[in-house]
Design a protein around this ligand. Sequence first.
Ligand code: HSE
Length: 415
Amino acid sequence: MIPVAIMGHGVVGSGVAEIIATHKQKLFAAVGEEVYIKHILDLREFPDSPFADRFTKNFEDISNDIEVRIVVETMGGLHPSYEYVKDCLSKGKSVVTSNKELVAAYGAELLAIASEQNANFLFEASVGGGIPIIRPMNQCLVANNVSEIAGILNGTTNFILTKMIRENMSFEKALKLAQELGYAERNPAADVEGHDACRKICILASLAFGKHIYPDAVRTEGITGITLEDVEYASIWGGVIKLIGSVKKIDKDTIDIIVAPMFVPLNSQLANIDDVFNGIMVRGDCTGDVVFYGRGAGKLPTASAVVADMIDCVKHLKSRKYLFWADSDNSSVLPAEKSVTAMFVRGVANNRIDAYYKAKDAFGDIHILHKASAPENEFAFIVEPMAIEDIDATLARLEEKEGIQVISKIRIGDL
Ligand code: HSE
């Protein structure tokens, strides 16, 4: 019997316990022994749970139990998750987590402790929910130099944008629905303001480029400013708006990393990834583009990734799986304003035609978007690729000198 402990009995943690119970034979076949839940840590009471006799409120019951060599962390948040995970790893226990906030903030440190202790620290579920992405990147694509990763990494915002695009539903109504369906984080700001996607692209970037990229170094824009008007303009342009996490290698020492809503052309594989689904494109120099697709949120998809890591830990109780990146000072991150992109610009002006002439003079080529139902004073155009700082400076000049007012700026994804 392999005794394991689960810290946190929320959506994902209860899913992990459920899969261990319902897939007992399958897991036995995978490792040749029964995986047995010895402790579940949670401050709440679960008297009706089939695991009611395993609950504890005391972390020491897990930490000091030398029989338990594999611990699952599904509590979420940074504290006390960080302290508990660090404690377990320091005692040589392997830890599996779904907690992207933890991995994005402390991954380098926790991987280093795991390495010192010859233990494993695995986090497949932290990116893409049920989609295998960490293990494929770390194993199957390991022979490649990765030049770019771009993905829809947050199910909640993809669900909301899909409702806005397909059903003309308001942002607020779609968010409420996502929360009711259990997709959203405890604090939905983490989803809608892009922080959850940022943590995930940081984890993927750290894995691909071997250095920890911290979320506070990454320009992060959410979808709270996206309106149904913008959605309509994206459709006129020939695409859809998606929240994209992207990282590109610029040269051997520099990466361009961002989370932002983007216009995605309909012929991109990412354009048709809808609802709570996630999609991640990895560009390798040997493979070319590889796209991963599946359920990026939800109880059982995410729990299935956690259980898979747990099984990997059981198989590697005596040896360590190589999964590592070094700490860094974020100096490889290109300043966001230097990033080059095409941009959709929407605004109002006293004279729309005059605004187009002024914008053309200022930017060179622009591509005008006509919306039949647009108010008389509204303009919308696409600016050719240039550095964000140049786009911003030019728009600021137009606002100051030519009396136009910018309402929306949305990047055009090169996807
Ligand atoms: N809130 C997250 C999402 C959950 O919507 O994608 C999975 O990380």
